[in-house]
Ligand binder design. Structure first.
Ligand code: NAD
Ligand code: WQD
Length: 347
């Protein structure tokens, strides 16, 4: 049987769903998803279908359940690659509930790797995070930048996750890439898919769009006395579709056997650091509206500035970002308008 399926874990989530869309748009692979909708909804599968015209099957399975996870591989003997997005990801929540984060993120990873070995799936892509670099002083951050102590249990699950993968694939034939994302933002250009936080958002851009939509009363800028060009923190915001495209390139790179070792790491960022106030300014300019915001105290644990050197991904994966800050804001706002409309129709 020809191997032509890609299994995406966390396919109902933010980055997983955008990646499914880009796989369908740009390749001939069939995609299946496994997501227990811990932080998402199966409505996303309908959104994917609406955008791409293709039906994607989601298995509503908790990846911590090895038997049920294995049953998915048993039913789909033609899986050629796994993209493993499924994880809990809220930094603050991980500090409050570290045990839950380790249990979910590590056991899911162990089970999916176990299935890859058992069912001979030899291409594996892992969602890693810039948060594993910790509080670095050298900028921009490249893949050789030494990892500093992690600032949260969440970040630690990514660090341990990478270590686990390296150890396990040492003794099997799974070819792996870890992609370390910086700050993914925005939504599909159609306005029909985007980030849909189940509870109060933690990240800047959904906070901005929900404030503009009147769902949240005000945005607080966390600090304006950092040693940066306008005093607010600098981050490397990257459009989610650019991140998704990198997964397609990484998959093809593995399938073409271009990898030099069975474990490679790539940063995914634009290489441009942008301040919080610049993000707000872009949002106001693009959407032609004033945002209700105030300057507040710095958020504990925030670093002043972090941005990526992604030249390795360009050189080896042939990938670079195509989408700028204005489009990030525009697509995030379009998506918020879609959500507003849906809410209105329901009420
Ligand atoms: P998300 O919460 O939108 O998506 C993750 C999905 O995984 C959710 O739909 C959730 O229901 C599912 N899931 C979680 N645990 C599961 C389990 N045990 N079994 C089955 N499904 C499970 O998050 P996202 O923003 O799309 O992030 C995807 C990946 O990228 C995560 O691994 C995250 O750590 C990583 N990442 C995200 C960011 C970011 O800012 N969004 C940055 C760097 C890395
Ligand atoms: C961005 C900037 C805040 C909210 C986190 C994770 C990281 C990765 C990406 C998963 C910061 C400022 C925010 C607000 C603000 N995720 N801000 N007011 O903290 O850079 O990274 O998401 O792997 O691991 O730590 O992202 O979106 O929370 O913050 O001023 O209400 O916006 O101080 O400078 P962060 P963020």
């Amino acid at each position: 049987m020809s191997q032509n399926k890609i299994l995406v874990t966390g396919g109902c989530g933010y980055i997983g769903s955008h990646t499914i869309i880009q796989i369908i748009r740009n390749t001939d692979f069939e995609v299946i998803s496994v997501d227990n909708c811990l932080n998402s909804s199966e409505d996303t599968i309908c959104r994917i279908e609406e955008i791409t015209g293709k039906q994607v099957k989601n298995y509503n399975v908790d990846l911590r359940d090895r038997e049920k996870t294995a049953a998915i591989f048993e039913e789909n003997k033609d899986i050629t690659g796994v993209i493993h997005f499924a994880a809990l990801k809220a930094v603050g929540e991980s500090v409050e509930k570290p045990g839950w984060y380790y249990d979910n993120n590590i056991n899911s990873l162990l089970n999916i790797l176990w299935c890859c070995e058992k069912y001979d799936v030899s291409n594996f892509i892992f969602s890693s995070s810039c948060s594993l670099y910790g509080n670095v002083s050298q900028l921009p951050v490249n893949e050789e930048t030494p990892l500093m102590p992690t600032e949260s249990p969440y970040a630690h699950t990514k660090k341990i996750g990478e270590e686990i993968i390296k150890n396990i694939i040492h003794v099997n034939n799974v070819q792996t890439i870890s992609l370390r994302y910086f700050n993914p933002v925005g939504g599909d250009y159609t306005g029909k898919n985007g980030e849909n936080p189940i509870s109060r958002p933690n990240n800047l851009v959904p906070f901005i769009t929900q404030t503009a939509a009147g769902i949240l009363p005000k945005l607080t800028v966390f600090g304006n006395t950092y040693d940066t060009r306008d005093g607010s923190c600098i981050r490397d915001y990257i459009h989610v579709t650019d991140i998704s495209d990198a997964h397609v390139n990484a998959l093809q790179y593995l399938l073409d056997g271009k990898n030099e070792s069975n474990y490679e790491v790539f940063n995914l960022g634009t290489g441009n650091g942008v301040t919080v106030l610049e993000v707000i300014e872009a949002f106001e300019r693009v959407t032609k509206q004033k945002l209700n915001y105030e300057i507040g105290p710095a958020r504990p644990g925030d670093v002043a500035a972090i941005y990526s050197d992604s030249s390795k991904a360009l050189e080896k994966l042939g990938w670079k970002t195509k989408i700028g800050l204005d489009e990030m804001m525009d697509s995030a706002w379009k998506w918020q308008l879609t959500l507003n409309q849906e809410k209105e129709m329901k009420s």
